[in-house]
Every structure is written in structure tokens, then in C-alpha cells.
Design a protein around this ligand. Structure first.
Ligand code: SF4
Ligand code: SF4
Length: 151
């Protein structure tokens, strides 16, 4: 919408500029926090749709895993949550896991990290946007990022 600029104001790292009257994301500055998608009342910004890529994976020869967020019962309201795993398998996924399983593994790694380094201070790396933010805007703090992957 001309003259709206909500996303420009709301971007936490000033990664959106107006070019030829359109809001344009400067990818070298963007940390991928998704705030601009949420604040745009015109739905002008969309999450990148990877459905075609997933379809290609499912028709290929490799085994494919679906990793679903714990919020899946709220996302798939048309299906009883007890049937969701079976439905994913029917679609062709070989494995269906919850992200919560990854969170369990990651919690264990954090515990081990703090047992080894009892005085350590770390920035948790579960959120990719936070990792991007530190890497792009506070490179001096990169060593403080916990050396642990995201769930
Ligand atoms: S992309 Fe959405 S929030 Fe940003 S200026 Fe356009 S209409 Fe406004
Ligand atoms: S995803 Fe976040 S950082 Fe990137 S342009 Fe949108 S609001 Fe700004």
C-alpha cells in the first residue's frame, strides 16, 4: 500500500528500504525474524513457499523426514492430532519426528556445556534470527554463541 511503511518502521534492523514506491528487503541486513510478514496488513510479504521442493523430495529416491513443531495440533485443526503422524507417512515421509525431540537432545548438550564450563556465559543458539543478529551486528559476540545447534 503506497505510503504505508509499517514494515520499514517495524523492522528491528532497518533492513527494508523503499525503492520505486515498494518496500524492498535488503537481504544483506535481514536477520530473517519474519516480523515484516506479521505486521503487513496487506499480506504483501509472504513466507517463501517450499512446497514444490518438498514434492520433489517426496518423489525422489532418498528417504525423507518430516520434523514437526509441537504446535502441530493447532496447525492441522482439520485432522485429529492422533492421526497426523499417519497422514505424514501416507504423504510419503519415511520418518516423522517432533522438534521437541530435538529440544530434548539440545537441552542435554546445554547441560553438558555448563557442567564443563561452570562460569560460562552463552547466548543460546536455538533461534536462527538471534544467531543472524549476532553474526551481522555484533560480530565481537560470536564467540559467546553457544556451540550447539538449534533443535
Ligand atoms: S509491504 Fe506491507 S507493511 Fe510494508 S509498506 Fe507495503 S503494505 Fe506496508
Ligand atoms: S525478516 Fe525481520 S529483519 Fe528481515 S526484513 Fe523482515 S523484519 Fe526486517
Amino acid at each position: 500500500m503506497p505510503g504505508c511503511y509499517t514494515c520499514v518502521r517495524e523492522c528491528p534492523v532497518k533492513a527494508i528500504r523503499i525503492r520505486e514506491g515498494q518496500a524492498d528487503v535488503v537481504f544483506s541486513r535481514c536477520i530473517g525474524c519474519r516480523n515484516c510478514v506479521q505486521v503487513c496488513g496487506q499480506y504483501a510479504k509472504q513466507v517463501y513457499d517450499t512446497t514444490t521442493l518438498v514434492d520433489a523430495l517426496l518423489s525422489g529416491k532418498d528417504r525423507v523426514a518430516a520434523i514437526i513443531a509441537p504446535s502441530f495440533p493447532a496447525a492441522f485443526i482439520d485432522w485429529p492430532y492422533q492421526k497426523v503422524v499417519g497422514l505424514f507417512r501416507k504423504m510419503g515421509f519415511d520418518y516423522v519426528m517432533e522438534v521437541a525431540f530435538g529440544a530434548d537432545l539440545v537441552s542435554d548438550r546445554y547441560q553438558r556445556l555448563f557442567e564443563k564450563d561452570t562460569n560460562g556465559h552463552y547466548i543460546a543458539t536455538s533461534c536462527p534470527a538471534i544467531v543472524n543478529y549476532v553474526e551481522r551486528y555484533y560480530p565481537a559476540l560470536v564467540d559467546a554463541l553457544a556451540p550447539i545447534v538449534s533443535p
